[in-house]
Design a protein around this ligand. Structure first.
Ligand code: UDP
Length: 239
C-alpha cells in the first residue's frame, strides 16, 4: 500500500495512561495526550492510535500460576485495550476531535468492527481512529498490532510513545555521556540491550519497511516538532 506522508500511527503502552502506581487510567494524563494529538490533527496530520492494556492486565502475568490459561489471559489483555480505547475516545471527543474506535474483536455496542477501508475513510475525514483489541489473536502484543495496523492503513511511520527521548548508546540513567542515537537499523533494534519493541513487531516493521520513531510523548509540543522536522526535536528512528 502507498504510504501517506501525513498519516501516522501512535502506539501507547497501557501504562502510559496510568498514574504513578502504573494501574488504571489517569484522566489528567488522558487529557494531556488528547491535547497533543489535537495539535497534530490541527496541522493536517492523520492520526491512528493503538493502546496497550498493561495498566490492567497482561496475558503472561495473568497465566503465571497456571490457574488462568495463557490464551484466556491474552483475551483479558485484549479486553483491557478496549477499556483504554474507549477512555481515549472520550478524551479526544471532550477536546472536540472526531474519533472512532475500531475493535479487532466484535463488540458492536461499544466499537465499530475493524474494517481497513472504513478506517482510512475516517482518517481522510480528519477523525482519529483508535484500533482496539490488538490483533484479535492471543500470543501477540499491541506493539505488533500497531505495526500491523500502521502497515494496513499506509501510515508513513509508527510512533512508539515513551517517557524517554529515544534510544541511547548506553543507559542514560547510569552514564552521563550516553548519546541519543538519531538512527539505527532494524537489526540493531532487535538486539537485547535495545529492544524498542518485541521481536515480532520489529520484524514485521522491517518486512514492511515501516520506520519506527521512538520519542518522548510526555514533553509538551514534542510530537508536533518531530512531525514538522523541527531541528530541535529529539527522537530516534529505526529504519
Ligand atoms: N494481547 C493479545 N493479542 C494482541 C494484543 C494484545 O493477546 O494482539 C494481549 C496480551 O496478553 C498483552 C495484553 O493484551 O499482554 C496487553 O497488551 P500489551 O502487553 O501489548 O500492552 P502494553 O504493554 O502496551 O500496555
Amino acid at each position: 500500500m502507498k504510504r501517506d506522508p501525513k498519516r501516522i500511527l501512535i502506539k501507547f503502552s497501557g501504562e502510559a495512561l496510568a498514574g504513578d502506581d502504573g494501574f488504571g487510567i489517569n484522566t489528567k494524563i488522558l487529557k494531556f495526550l488528547a491535547d497533543e494529538i489535537k495539535s497534530v490533527i490541527k496541522e493536517g496530520f492523520e492520526v491512528a492510535i493503538v493502546i496497550g492494556g498493561g495498566n490492567f492486565i497482561r496475558g503472561v502475568s495473568a497465566a503465571k500460576d497456571g490457574i488462568i490459561k495463557r490464551t484466556s489471559g491474552d483475551y483479558m489483555g485484549m479486553l483491557a485495550t478496549v477499556i483504554n480505547a474507549v477512555a481515549m475516545q472520550e478524551a479526544l471527543e471532550n477536546d472536540g476531535v472526531g474519533v472512532r474506535v475500531q475493535s479487532a474483536i466484535k463488540m458492536e455496542e461499544i466499537a465499530e468492527n475493524f474494517i481497513v477501508r472504513r478506517a482510512i475513510r475516517h482518517l481522510e475525514k480528519g477523525r482519529v481512529v483508535i484500533f482496539a483489541a490488538g490483533t484479535g489473536n492471543p500470543f501477540f502484543t499491541t506493539d505488533t498490532a500497531g505495526v500491523l495496523r500502521a502497515s494496513e492503513i499506509g501510515a508513513s511511520a509508527i510512533i512508539k510513545a515513551t517517557k524517554v527521548d529515544g534510544i541511547y548508546d548506553k543507559d542514560p540513567a547510569k552514564y552521563e555521556d550516553a548519546k541519543l542515537l538519531k538512527e539505527i537499523s532494524y537489526e540493531d533494534a532487535l538486539k537485547d540491550n535495545i529492544k524498542v519493541m518485541d521481536d515480532t513487531a520489529i520484524a514485521l516493521a522491517r518486512e514492511n519497511k515501516l520506520p519506527i520513531i521512538v520519542c518522548n510523548m510526555f514533553k509538551k509540543g514534542n510530537l508536533l516538532k518531530i512531525l514538522k522536522n523541527d531541528p530541535d526535536a529529539k527522537y530516534s528512528i529505526v529504519k
